[in-house]
Structures are given as structure tokens and as C-alpha cells.
Design a protein around this ligand. Sequence first.
Ligand SMILES: *[C@@H]1O[C@H](CO)[C@@H](O)[C@H](O)[C@H]1NC(C)=O
Ligand SMILES: *[C@@H]1O[C@H](CO)[C@@H](O)[C@H](O)[C@H]1NC(C)=O
Ligand SMILES: *[C@@H]1O[C@H](CO)[C@@H](O)[C@H](O)[C@H]1NC(C)=O
Ligand SMILES: *[C@@H]1O[C@H](CO)[C@@H](O)[C@H](O)[C@H]1NC(C)=O
Length: 295
Amino acid sequence: MRSAVLLLSALLSLGHGDVGDFSPCLSFFYRARPPTGMTGTPICQRYKNQYHFATLYSRERRTPWFSGYVFSPAQGKRPRGEWKYEPQLANSKADGNMVLFPIPPAKVDQNVVESQAVQNDYTNSTYTRGHLNPSQHHNDTVVRRATFTLTNVVPQQPASNDGPWANLETHVSKILKEYCLGKAYIVTGVIPYEKDRWLKDEGRVAIPEYMWSAYCCQNYSQDLPKSLNDIFPTFGAIGRNDPNSTQEIVPVDPHKKKEERGYDVKAMPLSILEGHLKKRYRMSISVFDQQCSRA
Ligand SMILES: *[C@@H]1O[C@H](CO)[C@@H](O)[C@H](O)[C@H]1NC(C)=O
Ligand SMILES: *[C@@H]1O[C@H](CO)[C@@H](O)[C@H](O)[C@H]1NC(C)=O
Ligand SMILES: *[C@@H]1O[C@H](CO)[C@@H](O)[C@H](O)[C@H]1NC(C)=O
Ligand SMILES: *[C@@H]1O[C@H](CO)[C@@H](O)[C@H](O)[C@H]1NC(C)=O
């Protein structure tokens, strides 16, 4: 009996990978509904045999479209960033857990190199590895380590990653910690250039022109300060990743200190955010089911 159960579960796990299907990790999305409108390869992000968040990955761009996760207030220090990759993108029969990149001089398998971004893509580039799902939005060490997979990362300008975008992550964390009483679902993604640009012009890893993020928290404090009235149950933001971009989506504040100028982040209601996504993706995009409404 026991061996029959083991055999059955082995068969099921063989036939049922974590790449290509969000069904094992729908709990990371509001009402178990992933955003609609973007097409890519779903990845249920598994590390140490547990699911921690979900990512829609673009194989062509070797970067994610978005990552979705449940926020939990961070405690303690930032974990060591040991970068990992997704073996199932290279081999659908591979184990569902993310894998540490080999330590040089050991080389990454060529099938992995072809299927996704690897450490060398970022080496000698002027871009940093920008988390979509940031480690600081999680209280659990294993989850925080799990965010260090290149499938959760896009090329982000250091001035954004260490400046206004980091401030947004901290700000959202403070707001949710203080006023969100239940679960907060967050989705963070990218807006591509009209005409793709690539890391080191290599045509491998696409650079986003903007990053966006939105949360949905249904159960929030009834004594919100007036200034925060309109940021529940849902709110979003778009951040510049290129100081040379035009200013229709996010205007540049010329008074910002020089290091951060041109990397502004603009907060906006979800409907406005979805409007910007629709324009660039040329497709209706729904981030949260019924715009995070209650009914
Ligand atoms: C982390 O957050 C989750 C969800 O809010 C909670 O259930 C868990 O107890 C927390 N763990 C720690 C170590 O604080
Ligand atoms: C980075 O630059 C150094 C020095 O020019 C070079 O030796 C190395 O091969 C480069 N590495 C990658 C991955 O491009
Ligand atoms: C909202 O959260 C509070 C505090 O955790 C809890 O007491 C209450 O039952 C929750 N309400 C709903 C509708 O989930
Ligand atoms: C912005 O444009 C200037 C002038 O053309 C150029 O030197 C710079 O590299 C550009 N910056 C980015 C991030 O593309």
C-alpha cells in the first residue's frame, strides 16, 4: 500500500512540473486569479521543496513579465544573495526546485544558458539585477533566499534599484505593515520598450523601460489617516528605468538630487496603471480580479 502511494506520487510529480502551469501556486494571487493579458511561461517558484511565489517568464526576453506574491513584513537582516536558475526551463523533466549557479570555473550547462538569463549576462553590464519580488517583503529566511533567482530579476539601473524603487518597496512595506490587517497580494512587473533593448546589445536579456507594482489588500484598518484614504484596497506605481524616456507615463522631477534624477516613481490608482499597461502591451491587462473589488 505504502509503496503504491509512493509510486503514484512519483508518477504524478513526473507528469506535473512547476513550469508551464500556475495551478500549484495560485495561492499567491488574489482570489487565485493570475493577472490576465500577458503571455509567457508560468513558473511556480519552488525552493527547498516549497512554493514561495509565482512568475510569468518570457523565454524570448529571458526575463520575467511579472512576479506575484503574498507580502509578509520582513524581520532581520538581508539574506546572502546566492543566485539561482530554473532547471525546468532547460529541461521539462528536471526537478522543480530552483538550483544554485555553479561556482566558477565550473560552467553552467549550455541548455540553461540558452533557456534563460545567467550570471554572465549581467557581468560587465551597467545594469544591476533588480528583483521584482524583493527579499525585503518576506519575513521568512527561506522565502527571502528564494527571491534570488534570475527568473525573478530584470536589468535595472543602479540609480533606480538603490534609489526611488527601493524607497517604493520600503514605503509599501510600511503602509501594509501598519494598515493592512489581512493578506496583501502584490504583483510587480515590467513595461518593455516600444522597440526592445538588450543587455550589452547581445539580444539575450531584454531591458525594461519601466517597472510597475501594485498591491491588493481587502482587509484594512478602518482608521486610516485621511491622506491614505484612496490607497486601499488597491494602489500601484510605475518607476522609470531610463532617464531618457519621454515623460507621459512618469514625469521627471528636475529638483531631485542628481543621482536619482530621471528615475522617478509615480504612485497611481490601479485603473490608471492598467491603462498604461494596456497602451504599451496593446492588450487589456487585468492585474487583480475585478480590480481588487470586494464582491
Ligand atoms: C511570517 O508571516 C506569516 C504570514 O504573515 C506568518 O504566518 C508567520 O508566522 C511569520 N513568520 C515569522 C517567523 O514571523
Ligand atoms: C568582463 O570583463 C573582463 C575584463 O574586460 C573580461 O575579462 C571578462 O571576460 C568579461 N566577462 C564577461 C562575462 O563578459
Ligand atoms: C480582518 O482582520 C482582522 C485582524 O486580523 C480580523 O479580526 C478580521 O476578522 C478580518 N476581517 C475579515 C473580513 O477578514
Ligand atoms: C541617455 O542619453 C544620453 C545622451 O544620448 C546617453 O549618453 C546615455 O547613455 C543615455 N542613458 C541611458 C540610460 O540610456
